[in-house]
Ligand binder design. Sequence first.
Ligand SMILES: [Ca+2]
Ligand SMILES: [Ca+2]
Ligand SMILES: [Ca+2]
Length: 286
Amino acid sequence: MTRNLNEVLLCPKRLSWKTPSFGIVLAFGAIILCTNPLLAADPPQRPIEFNEIEGFAKDKLLALTYPINYMCVHDAFDDLDHDGVVAANDSEEHQEEYCAAGIESLLDPAGNPSSQTKILHALVPFFDADFDGEASPPALQADLQALFGFVPDGFDPTPGVPVHCPHPGPPTSQHTGTYGACAMHPMRLDLGPLLNQLGLVPPDTLVLTPLVNHMHLLKNPNEGAQWWKIIVNLVTDQSVWPDMDGTTGITSVSKLEDAQALGQSSGDISTNMYFYLDAKAQAVGE
Ligand SMILES: [Ca+2]
Ligand SMILES: [Ca+2]
Ligand SMILES: [Ca+2]
């Protein structure tokens, strides 16, 4: 069994010995513990760490560990701020972030073809489970109503279904998140390209929204730390939405494919978003 980068990074917070007379011995022992690749950490368990978010794979409950932040990739000839200047010649474009749905970068952050990058599905509740028609900010609420005829819980600060992002808080996670925020995630998305493909807005329209509420789904657990490509799936049927323990709903890629075939979820929506994370099955899910 091996340790990976995120476990090494997590290790210092576990060093809490303060007795001076034991300091040297314990510190030495801790260094051995933190650097020996042959020593394995326990499986993650609830409440998950501040840099962990939950997910599902093959009906197992996972903890996804984020040692670094996300990246939204601009290809050299993209123009993600729609000012008519390609990214290669537009340094200002790189002073803002443009994490967009409905586009795809050629390469992932490691420089590998994105077609070969493993996929992390972001399941978005695209129904209004609590029937409150609520979204934030209020202007977005009116826009969503006009676009779709309802306000999806993906944009509801108090969604009617459980979600992995934002952090739900104890007993699931140590941290309690706020709407539009999640561990190492961006706080802003551009839905313009996607809405344009759906014929809902003109080309080159920037449609900035808060980070949507979502759950995570991978094909396999325990595939090691690496960059993952985000694919968005708008789940339109509340009956297949998972619960927090992953005992119902879409908790595997095969179940997602079944839901897509039955019209309970959108197809795969590409993005230029990538996350570097390690995913491990949680002890509670074993
Ligand atoms: Ca530009
Ligand atoms: Ca709602
Ligand atoms: Ca609500």
